[in-house]
Write a protein that binds this ligand. Structure first.
Ligand code: NAD
Ligand code: TYD
Length: 340
């Protein structure tokens, strides 16, 4: 492994992975292929911009020609696929792009891997493929029960990966991460949305009773989990990456308000997300057996994250304009008006 293609490397977790890989492995070249959708942001890659081992190409993973050109130009031997439409609420408003990127895009990467003879692909998936977990913990062999168009698109990609592995004997590994948070996360997901809105003393639209449970994983721990599976995961296997930190949404919001020194009266209970999964929870023993442990406690990671958004208004204020405001209005205007 020498020339690693990181698709979706200008997004939240992908860019954290690129920054980490450039710092950690002086022998690797990192090539980012990213379409720069609303969620892709070259500011996320500024810390590695001057490295001679970092290269950026703008393009779509669902374009065979683009993928072939990039693989051949940089003699790519390995792919790490982060590229995706990643937000459940947007998949409910309009699923088309999820099918294009998450399903067709992953298929094109697999097919190019087969045709061009690449060594390994790591595909970044999610705990949402398991669906709602009322009790106990999902293990890697559990069946998929996706409940949102986003979750279904990620599950579909995984089924195609399985078929390519069985049919063409490709070396593909999969990670299924839990809810991830940290610096550089697009302010549509719960934590960065609520932190940046609370900084401006704006209402925080909590869906339903706020008693849904998520398992929170700091982005730096997610990235080391991916690194562990990339280097030590067995071909054809999937690995859960769990934060092992289950919390009700309301607790998470209270924690971030405490860290910001803002009052709980900013919280508004609004109309729930349709098909909203109550709980995700995964067993992580398989990844622990490869030697991975998370390094950050939730409390430290949330304080660090809150401080990052306080210190980096230059990063998020320019995002919260234009198309973002259109989306915000479509998603929240009616909900907030009804809650008042
Ligand atoms: P993100 O939305 O921040 O970034 C996605 C990136 O993919 C963006 O840079 C975007 O421009 C790029 N992209 C989108 N369509 C593309 C296309 N057709 N071709 C090339 N690039 C394209 O997402 P994220 O939160 O960083 O998530 C990264 C991956 O991790 C996704 O596959 C997601 O499903 C998975 N995941 C996310 C979480 C989480 O909590 N955020 C948890 C588990 C798994
Ligand atoms: P989100 O960050 O969208 O991640 P996911 O849907 O992948 O779990 O949401 C995390 C939880 O927070 C989820 O239960 C939905 C809830 N949520 C709200 O209550 N209000 C919001 O405005 C958002 C974006 C999420």
């Amino acid at each position: 492994m020498k020339n690693i293609l990181v698709t979706g490397g200008a997004g939240f977790i992908g860019s954290a992975f690129v920054r980490y890989m450039i710092d950690t492995y002086p022998e690797y070249n990192i090539i980012v292929l990213d379409k720069l959708t609303y969620a892709g942001n070259l500011d996320n890659l500024l810390p590695v911009h001057d490295s001679p081992r970092y290269h950026f190409e703008r393009g779509d993973i669902a374009s065979r020609e683009t993928v072939q050109r990039v693989v051949e130009t940089y003699s790519v031997d390995t792919i790490v696929n982060f590229a995706a439409e990643s937000h459940v609420d947007r998949s409910i408003l309009q699923p088309d792009a999820f099918i294009h990127t998450d399903v067709v895009g992953t298929y094109i990467l697999l097919d190019m891997m087969r045709l061009l003879g690449l060594e390994r692909m790591l595909h970044v998936s999610t705990d949402e493929v398991y669906g709602d977990v009322a009790e106990g913990y999902s293990v890697e062999t559990d069946s998929f029960q996706p409940n949102s168009p986003y979750a279904a698109s990620k599950a579909s990609a995984e089924l195609m990966i399985r078929a390519y592995r069985q049919t063409y004997d490709l070396d593909v590994v999969v990670t299924r991460g839990s809810n991830t948070f940290g610096p550089y996360q697009y302010p549509e997901k719960l934590l960065p949305l609520f932190i940046t809105e609370a900084i401006d003393d704006r209402p925080l639209p909590l869906y339903g009773d706020g008693m849904q449970v998520r398992d929170w994983l700091f982005v730096e721990d997610h990235v080391t989990g991916i690194d562990t599976v990339l280097h030590h995961g067995a071909a054809g296997e999937a690995y859960n990456i769990a934060g092992e930190c289950e919390k009700h949404n309301i607790e998470v919001v209270r924690e971030l308000l405490r860290a910001l020194g803002k009052p709980e009266k900013l919280i508004r209970h609004v109309k729930d997300r349709p098909g909203h999964d109550r709980r995700y929870a995964m067993n992580c023993d398989k990844l622990h057996a490869l030697g991975w442990q998370r390094q950050h406690s939730f409390e430290d990671a949330i304080r660090l994250t809150v401080q990052w958004y306080v210190d980096n208004e230059w990063w998020w204020r320019k995002i919260k304009t234009g198309e973002y405001l259109e989306y915000y209005k479509a998603q929240y205007a009616e909900r907030l008006a009804e809650s008042d």
